[in-house]
Write a protein that binds this ligand. Structure first.
Ligand code: ATP
Ligand code: MG
Length: 574
């Protein structure tokens, strides 16, 4: 102690240490590898989607993780399409995946790869394994292979074709490639150990015969590598250092290690992490496809879907999704994240960035009886109180206004601080008004109009005057732009859809509410598709592609309700 009079170096070290301790386990592995020089100081990751569906928020976690680690350690991240299954894959998905990764803010440079680019190399390596006595052609059917495999408690049985000679195997494998045999009649299998406690090591299939067109290789191939055979070798070919995947591949790792060791090629380190699960939604590609095909939603980008393109249409920002990935972190154990955490990340981002505007979703007309008929005032409104640099705008004010029906009650409880007969309220950026008279539809009794008076001495910005408890939003009738607004709730009614019955029965029939009779302030005319606003008191809204210049359509991205504090409280209580 005595010989370190200056505490600063230690403080710096402590900070560095604290930072390292906070680093998640994958970062720690990479740091250790960098220190030991395991891969010559390189960090090279990849994001490997199968182009058989649209990417969802779970994929976003993996994208942020892989691209983020490469960025952090000055490395590279590839985009690789794992397109080994010709039947389910399509070019449409490839393009959508590219768009989504780019939109999230990541760049793979010229490193866009396809497992199908490696089909020839994989084939040559398969012959190598045959020559080494490590693979054989098997004539068992898919069902027989399953039967022979055994179970977790029983060892498997060896295939009667397991001990074919190298020559016979090579000949048969070449004829498989040449197209001599029908689909499903033969496979190439790794010759490992039918008694292994790990089922993945019980002579797994490497190739199957499939006379099918591939979206990239056409009819060049009629044998296709399995995912297990293609995946690790694709990583190796690309010089990947850290092959990050989800936990379900943990017990495939010994198989991938076995392949790479037998081939004697570059050996990436596979690291598994827990996949993201979210409450009130489903994430499996199969279910997402069913939602689309069975018409439960309007398409892959229906704003209720957990797909990236749907989140984008809903109004999510790439920044909010990246912040979400950061906030939930990376863990070794599966868990489910409350969907409110995702919503809160969007709220926090839009609160800083979205310009404010006024819109009325359920309009009720008020007439200011003491306001001159032909008068229009341009009132100053603040675009974003969080960010003065966003400036101000003018909002027209006139004798007839739309207000929110729910901001008026004819017979209110005492604590209702909005409009009621004889009561006063402030109109945002405008005046204090008093409700003098309520007009009803003579047949239905429904309130059709309020007759109010305004107090000219109370214009906002004037030296301060008397105060009222409530402030409500409004739009001038003569200037209002008519709009459609789509309000969303969770796609499912329960946190864990399908846990107790068929997942379709858990669909929320009220997940979408379309309001066609809304009014928004005129500054929103011609708003760009994708533009995001906070409608004061109502939430954040995003301009939908269905909009026209004179009739915008808005999706509510998220409400203003701040539930994050509640979640945090719950979490600290656990
Ligand atoms: P399937 O196996 O049904 O095709 P998948 O969700 O595994 O679906 P892939 O295209 O193989 O889809 O996934 C690409 C990458 O995204 C993989 O590395 C996978 O581990 C990762 N990934 C997929 N779903 C999640 C999730 N929910 N959370 C985190 N990562 C995920
Ligand atoms: Mg997969």
């Amino acid at each position: 102690m005595a010989d370190s009079p200056d505490p600063a170096p230690n403080a710096d070290k402590d900070k560095e240490k604290a930072k390292e301790a906070r680093a998640h386990f994958i970062e720690q592995i990479i740091r250790a590898d960098l220190e030991s020089g395991k891969y010559g100081g390189r960090v090279h990751t990849r994001f490997p989607p199968e182009p058989n569906g649209y990417l969802h928020i779970g994929h976003a976690k993996s994208i942020c993780l892989n691209f983020g680690l490469a960025e952090k350690f000055g490395g590279l991240c590839n985009l690789r399409f794992d397109d080994t299954n010709p039947v389910k894959e399509e070019q449409e998905y490839v393009e959508a995946i590219r768009d989504d990764v780019r939109w999230l803010g990541f760049d793979w440079g010229d490193r866009e790869f396809y497992a199908s680019d490696y089909f020839e190399q994989l084939y040559q390596w398969a012959e190598k394994l045959i020559r080494q006595g490590d693979a054989y052609v098997c004539d068992l059917s898919a069902e027989e292979i399953r039967e022979y495999r055994g179970t977790l408690t029983e060892p498997g049985r060896e295939s009667p074709y397991r001990n074919r000679s190298v020559e016979e195997n090579l000949d048969l494998f070449r004829r498989m490639r040449a197209g001599e045999f029908p689909d499903g009649s033969r496979t190439l299998r790794a010759k490992i150990d039918m008694a292994s406690p790990n089922l993945n090591l019980r002579d797994p299939v490497m190739y199957r015969i499939l006379h099918a067109e591939h979206h990239r290789t056409g009819d060049q191939w009629c044998i296709y590598p399995t995912y297990d055979w293609a995946h690790g070798q694709s990583d190796s070919i690309e010089g990947i250092t850290h092959s990050i995947c989800t936990l379900e591949f943990e017990n495939h790792r010994p198989l991938y290690d076995w392949f790479l060791d037998r081939l004697g090629v570059h050996h990436p380190q596979q690291i598994e992490f827990a996949r993201l699960n979210l409450t009130y939604t489903v994430m499996s590609k199969r279910r997402l496809l069913e939602l689309v095909q069975e018409g439960h939603v309007r398409g892959w980008d229906d704003p209720r879907m957990p797909t990236i393109c749907a989140l984008r249409r809903r109004g999510y920002t790439p920044e909010s999704i990246r912040a979400f990935a950061e906030r939930i972190g990376v863990a070794k154990f599966n868990s489910t994240i409350d969907i409110q955490v995702l919503e809160q990340c969007l709220r926090e981002d839009l609160n800083r960035r979205a310009p404010r505007a006024m819109g009325v979703l359920d309009p009720l007309k008020i007439v200011l009886t003491n306001y001159p008929e032909d008068r229009v005032e341009e009132l100053e409104a603040i675009n974003n109180p969080e960010d003065p640099s966003m400036g101000k705008r003018l909002v027209p004010f006139s004798r007839e206004l739309w207000i929110e029906r729910s901001d008026f009650m004819e017979d209110p409880p005492r604590k209702f601080f909005r409009l009621a007969p004889g009561r006063e309220v402030r109109l945002r950026y405008a005046y204090i008004i008093r409700c003098d008279e309520v007009v009803h539809d003579p047949k239905t009794g429904v309130v059709t109009e309020l007759r109010c008076s305004y107090d000219p001495q109370t214009r906002s910005g004037m030296p301060q005057q008397r105060k009222v408890k409530g402030t409500i939003h409004w739009v001038s009738c003569a200037h209002a732009l008519s709009a459609e607004v789509r309000l969303y709730d969770h796609l499912f009614r329960v946190p864990d859809p399908g846990a107790e019955r068929d997942w379709r029965e858990d669909l929320n029939p009220q997940s979408e509410e379309v309001r066609t009779n809304c009014f928004v302030e005129p500054s929103l005319r011609g708003a760009d598709v994708g533009a995001r606003y906070q409608f004061e008191r109502l939430g954040y809204f995003c301009v939908d592609p269905d909009s026209t210049a004179d009739h915008p359509v808005f999706n509510r991205s998220v409400t203003l309700r701040d539930t994050w504090a509640k979640i945090q409280k719950k979490e600290t209580r656990k």
